[in-house]
Design a protein around this ligand. Sequence first.
Ligand SMILES: C[S@@+](CC[C@H](N)C(=O)[O-])C[C@H]1O[C@@H](n2cnc3c(N)ncnc32)[C@H](O)[C@@H]1O
Length: 219
Amino acid sequence: MVVMLLRPPGVYRAEGDTELLTDVMDRDGFALGRDVLDVGTGSGALALAAARAGAAAVTAVDLSLRSVAATWFNSRLHRMPVTVHRGDMFAPVAHRRFGLVVANPPYVPAETGRLPRHRKARCWDAGPDGRAVLDRICAGVTDVLTPDGDVLLVHSAVCDTDLTLDALDRAGLVPQVLAKATVPFGPVMRARSALLESRGLIGPGQREEELVVVGAHRG
Ligand SMILES: C[S@@+](CC[C@H](N)C(=O)[O-])C[C@H]1O[C@@H](n2cnc3c(N)ncnc32)[C@H](O)[C@@H]1O
């Protein structure tokens, strides 16, 4: 369940990817009693879902000041305390360890490798293969996990699920695909379909994508 959230312009609207990850977190009790970190929190949808699912404490990080403000406001609105930091990935929490890390990072393949500095595009643009942020999460997440911690990531299969599984394995975790859902392209993927086709990332005429939730356990 995704609750009503304040979302100023430029802040990501919680979508099917957010919901798929939330469903896995609820279904398998990942958040229960744990310190949870939501990296790239947007409006705070996953952070609040973790709090609702019984997390002991929830911390959220985003690069965007508006997202940080929205998450702070939404957590107070729903009376679910979340500690919110502005910053890049794990930098604001480098000294901490979490039982669960969740992330719905930007994962849409973009024209260039230059990552956007402003607003909305930062929610989805992730370099030519869509993996710029994902790969950084996979490589760095072990450092912020407790010895028995888990990470849950959601992304499109367009940016190659096997690469995520391999990257998490290389980071010393035990990864697996926990959920999949096929959804029609949203406006951003539709606008990029010619680019994605030309790069062989989707088939000719393909206008739907598979979303995957990858989980990985430390220990
Ligand atoms: C696809 S949105 C997901 C938002 C939210 N988790 C959800 O599911 O609704 C990705 C978010 O990651 C944030 N982001 C992008 N790069 C980041 C980085 N390097 N460090 C922290 N946050 C980042 C964006 O500002 C955006 O809010």
